[in-house]
Ligand binder design. Structure first.
Ligand code: ARG
Length: 487
């Protein structure tokens, strides 16, 4: 018999059931629905709302379902609509509906579903955070090995100035550092208890919301029942954090693709991370990075969908909100997969610094340094030295030469009353020297990058401690809720 059979005289139309049921999306919530119920039952007994016998029976049924689920022996039946009603039904099958019927005292699916989602999501956020921390670790390792390896720095997709490979790797660690902070903020917004808010207005039962909060290891309580049951902003916040992460990964993916191209030829991606063409035998396509960029759209889509989902929904639970989970699950899965695969992608790729050296020479990428030298050593205003350096570039190009043609360059400079020896010339313009000379805070020389690495390592350590601390609280709460002996 349906739980609302008291009110409704007809069975649900099959098409309506198919349209409204959520058993598929709810599979991930089984464990968390059970955890929430265990905490709720313990609270009901502590507050003398249910008897000790009732508590014992409910807990043993919940643990039994938990075990069945662990062994993949518990399935969600479509006819029971969602995870909550499936579990309630199963409890009734195990201990009968006299005792089973007590579970839903002072509770509603409206607080239950938000509670489950928050429990599931907080752990997933930590998983994503962990994967980004590992990625950062690997990038820092590569950075330490490549402080002196030359790379090409671009603006406007044109070679701009020489940088070190470590400088490029650490740029992403610096970016991820903020992504990780955003994940921590999102974790904090998520890790709040809504249990006990009931349908929307709270309850007349003498419940103890702090007790369930504590049992579930939540940091905070949403202290307003109507807000707690209505709001999905923690999901939107999470999706916006994931969207930003994906936007950053997408930029990395784009660099992998372009740097790996024939024209750039600096980044060599491992054969195992590519696929060939069914017709063109020469092809080695960077499909992982391409797909990473493609998959960004899923996560942006989920963010837009979640914003659109809530915009016309007044306070109090509305079924519109049930659309939140499939899109959130997909965005979470996509983000963690993309982080992990790009981590591996970078780990298995190599960079050709000799090619970078040639590009730097061939593209006039060090000419800014000549302009700087003219300021420091010849007392020219920068605008004037910039003009001369620009004219020199133009002149060399007209002669089909590069900065490496020192004879032509030195003659040109002489015509501008600037004398310097060939040795001085190469000392000023060699890409490696130029890289080494950028020593201001946050710049690309090995001395500056060393400081960058130290600072990033320090903040990464603090982030990892956060992950460790929060995971520990969650683990403890979950295992102590599940350690209840069979009744
Ligand atoms: N399955 C619903 C969801 O995912 C939870 C139940 C909400 N309550 C209700 N009265 N339909 O949002």
């Amino acid at each position: 018999m349906k739980i609302w059979a008291g009110r409704l005289s007809k069975e649900i139309n099959d098409k309506v059931l198919n349209y409204t049921e959520t058993t598929n999306a709810d599979l991930r919530l089984i464990k968390y629905d059970i955890l929430g119920s265990i905490a709720h039952v313990k609270m009901l007994h502590k507050q003398k709302i249910i008897t000790e016998n009732c508590e014992k029976n409910l807990l043993s049924a919940l643990i039994e379902i938990y075990r069945l689920n662990e062994n993949e022996l518990f399935t969600l039946e479509k006819e029971y609509e969602d995870v909550h009603l499936n579990i309630e039904n199963k409890i009734n099958c195990i201990i009968g509906d006299e005792l089973g019927g007590m579970l839903h005292t002072a509770r509603s699916r409206n607080d239950q579903v938000v509670n489950d989602t928050r429990l599931y999501l907080r752990s997933y956020i930590l998983e994503i955070k962990k994967s980004l921390e590992e990625f950062s670790d690997n990038l820092l390792l590569k950075s330490t090995e490549n402080m002196n390896s030359l790379a090409v720095g671009y603006t406007h997709v044109q070679p701009a100035q020489p940088i070190s490979l470590a400088f490029w790797y650490t740029a992403y660690v610096s970016i991820f550092n903020r992504d990780i902070t955003r994940l921590e903020n999102t974790f904090n917004s998520t890790n709040c208890s809504v249990l006990g808010s009931c349908a929307l207005s709270g309850t007349s039962f003498n419940i103890d919301r702090s007790y369930t909060q504590e049992l579930l290891g939540f940091d905070n309580i949403i202290g307003h029942a109507l807000d707690a049951t209505s709001s999905r902003d923690f999901i939107i916040e999470c999706l916006s954090t994931l969207s930003i992460i994906m936007s950053n990964l997408s930029r990395l993916a784009e660099e992998i693709i372009t740097w790996n191209s024939f024209e750039y030829g600096t980044l060599n991606i491992d054969d195992s991370f590519t696929t060939g063409s069914s017709i063109m035998p020469q092809k080695k396509n960077p499909v992982v990075a391409e797909l990473a960029k493609g998959k960004v759209s899923r996560v942006y889509g989920a963010l837009m969908q979640s914003l659109a989902m809530v915009k016309g929904v007044g306070l109090g639970y509305n079924c519109d909100l049930q659309e939140d989970k499939p899109l959130l699950w997909d965005a979470l899965d996509t983000t963690i997969q993309t982080i992990k695969i790009l981590d591996e992608h970078i780990k298995t790729s190599s960079y050709d610094s000799q090619r970078a050296y040639d590009i730097c020479w061939g593209s006039f990428s060090t000419i800014t340094e000549l302009a700087n030298w003219l300021v420091t050593n010849k007392g020219l205003p920068f605008r004037k030295s910039h003009l001369i350096a620009g004219q020199l570039t133009n002149f060399l190009i007209s002669k089909k030469a590069t900065l490496k043609s020192s004879n032509i360059a030195l003659d040109f400079l002489k015509s501008k009353d600037i004398e310097l020896s060939e040795e001085e010339y190469f000392e000023i313009l060699d890409p490696k020297n130029v890289m080494n000379r950028q020593v201001s805070l946050g710049s690309t020389s090995p001395t500056s990058v060393k400081i960058i690495i130290e600072e990033l390592e320090e903040s990464l350590l603090a982030h990892k401690e956060f992950t460790f601390r929060k995971s520990l609280v969650i683990e403890k709460a979950e295992s102590s809720l599940l350690k209840i002996k069979r009744g």
